[in-house]
Design a protein around this ligand. Structure first.
Ligand code: SAM
Length: 250
């Protein structure tokens, strides 16, 4: 049987594609792509003539069988998305799941990923972090999601669309507080790449004052929650137990 290769493509700078990725994209029988027209340009740039077939969120579940049939026939298939690593806020999950469930080899071919690129240069704690993907588009949903991670001690990583970046940062300031350290990583690997690390108060003001910062693709990182100095962090559960015990005291 064939192998399903999950291949990362660049997030901007085309030189970021790996030699191994290029070799595999050339050698496979078929490339399953999120957007075939978008990927056709990438393939043209690298002189790769492998046929492309659509594999996006709307057809992935139903069309999976088509790709599995090719694997069954002994052909190798590569899965790519429009940019970066497939499955990371991108399609591919259902196909990978189906392929694994059917017993086919699924092999990662790693490369660019915006969240990892941003974290690697952010100077925020990187030993433990959580990736929250895209926040809900509407303010109420977004705030509710942010509330859930308000006291998360690990570094937080979010993806955001440029037209929502300011309202998103302002909601973060409202929920996490203006002192909390954050970093905006915009247009990574591209001409106007910008990494700006500031407390949320200042980051909001900086983005509000410069409309150029409200364009392009961006990743937002926020430092994890730290118990205020001098105060011991007491868990909600400990406080609940304490309350129960106090009630029993004579
Ligand atoms: N699969 C991709 C990856 O591996 O990073 C992510 C795809 S997701 C649909 C697109 C989002 O990723 C953008 O809205 C932005 O948050 C982030 N992103 C992608 N490319 C980026 C770049 N060059 N600079 C900053 N953020 C980027």
């Amino acid at each position: 049987p064939g192998t399903l290769y999950v291949v990362a493509t660049p997030i901007g700078n085309l030189d970021d594609i790996s030699a191994r990725a290029l070799r595999i994209l050339r050698e496979v029988a078929l490339i399953a792509a999120e957007d075939t027209r978008h990927s056709a340009r990438l393939m043209q740039h690298f002189g790769i003539g492998t046929p492309l077939a659509a594999c996006h969120e709307h057809n992935e579940r139903d069309q999976g069988g088509r790709f599995l049939a090719r694997l069954e026939a002994g052909e190798d298939v590569a899965l790519i998305s429009d940019a970066g690593t497939p499955l990371i806020s991108d399609p591919g999950y259902h196909l990978v799941r189906q392929a694994r469930a059917a017993g086919f080899a699924v092999v990662p071919v790693p490369g660019a990923c915006a969240l990892i690129a941003a974290l690697s240069a952010a100077g925020l704690p990187s030993d433990r972090f959580i990736f929250e993907g895209f926040l809900p588009a509407k303010a109420a949903g977004r705030r509710a999601r942010l509330e859930q991670v308000r006291e998360e001690p690990r570094t937080l990583i979010f993806y955001e669309a440029p037209h929502r970046i300011l309202e998103c940062l302002e909601d973060m300031r409202a929920v996490f507080g203006g002192e909390r350290q954050a970093l905006l990583a915009r247009e990574l690997t591209k001409t106007f790449e910008t990494l700006k690390g500031l407390p949320l108060d200042e980051l909001c003001a900086w983005v509000a004052a410069d409309s150029n910062q409200q364009r392009g693709e961006c990743v937002v990182l926020v430092a994890g929650w730290q118990a205020p100095e001098g105060e011991e962090a007491v868990s909600a559960e400990a406080l609940r137990v304490l309350d129960l015990l106090l009630a029993e005291m004579p």
